[in-house]
Design a protein around this ligand. Sequence first.
Ligand code: SAH
Ligand code: SF4
Ligand code: F3S
Length: 438
Amino acid sequence: MIKKVYIKTFGCQMNEYDSQRILSIFEESGYDKTDDPEEADFAVINTCSVREKPKEKVKSEIGRLKRYKNSNPDFKIAIAGCVAQEDGEAILKENKSVDLVIGTDGIPKLYEAISRVEKGERLAITEFYHDDFTVPIFNRNSSVSAFVTIMKGCDNFCSYCIVPYVRGREKSRHYKEILDEVKFLVDNGVREVTFLGQNVNSYGKTLDEKINFTQFLYMAAQIDGLNRIRFVTSHPKDFNNDLVDLIASERKICEYLHLPLQAGSNDILKKMNRGYTFEEYEEKIFNAKEKIKGLALSSDFIVGFPGETDEDFEQTLKAVKNIEYETIFAFKYSPRPGTKASSMQDNISDVEKANRLKKLLDAQQIITDNLLKRQIGETQEILVEGKSKKDAHVYSGRNRKNRIVNFTSEKSLQNGEIVKVKITQAKKNSLFGNLEVS
Ligand code: SAH
Ligand code: SF4
Ligand code: F3S
């Protein structure tokens, strides 16, 4: 009988990419994917430790999964990702039901690990492998949009952030390898790729051949059959004008930019070790807005960083109102062990953090509503990604700004088609429209 693997993914897109690699290795090892842990033989939790909350979820997830061992004594549990990297062997010691701990660099070692665990071993693989960062091309679920990791790790050491510790030093993948992966994806029906890295603007620095991110994107844009290119995350300190010019001139690169500001106050930005002032950031943003027609912006924010005063927070609010992002992701500061900020006093109460978070998100909702309303009447280019389960004439896709657009169409459409949709309504976080028939 064929064995089954269940995977649950927390955290960022990089983890989603890794989960696909993990699934691909399980497939090669004789497993089918299942969405029901009850019928699985192996369960993998791909974890995130960027804040305390996602980390806590790992414990409850282990608790939920371990009961399947009662009915199936051969049921195995693996912890992968950033918590696995952070806590390593301790996870095996503290959780008797966990069989495998596999860190963020350990995925290529999974072939061997699976067979050892199947034989009854319990093991933790958490070394960093700096020299070898090749990713064999792997199968994905049939989808029209795919993530492609182009670099791993981070050298920025923002004072609050655990990522440099759990993902290791920055290293770029060779561009030929990435372009081959994209060509493979396009041959298999993918129309849109999102290139992933913690700081894509420094792509290429660790490669022998001289290549930078803008040059890389230009090469990717030459791939026939690929219609759309996106990328996250750009770091403001390395975000430059060459990239703005390329986005403005290269049709395949979408007019969407995620450029995390984190805080509006220069004092806080300094304590965060972000490497830019608010004024420098603002200048780059306004330059990009001016040159890239129809640009949609998004950003990340942390509220309640140690020492953040009311005035500091007001500057974040003001920044959000002035810049007019289409979307923001905002988080309460969460001290992470081993980071520089964790030795600063976490002096903002949870209630105050929650207040600031609410204020910021409320202010943003008004901006999002306005920006979406302004799009009513526009004809937008939508990549068809699916069909409504309830209504056969309603389809779903994304516009170039990465916004979900649901729309009606009398004509039957296939996933992966690019169509023109006239926007008729703005919902809370999505748009609605009708297919434009030419
Ligand atoms: N490389 C990306 C961010 C990766 S982490 C960048 O530099 O922008 C994603 C987001 O989580 C960050 O942008 C930040 O807003 C948030 N974050 C990271 N560490 C955090 C912490 N300790 N507490 C709260 N939010 C945090
Ligand atoms: Fe973390 Fe800063 Fe690196 Fe982003 S750039 S992953 S916030 S250390
Ligand atoms: Fe989380 Fe690791 Fe991504 S800590 S945000 S899954 S890099």
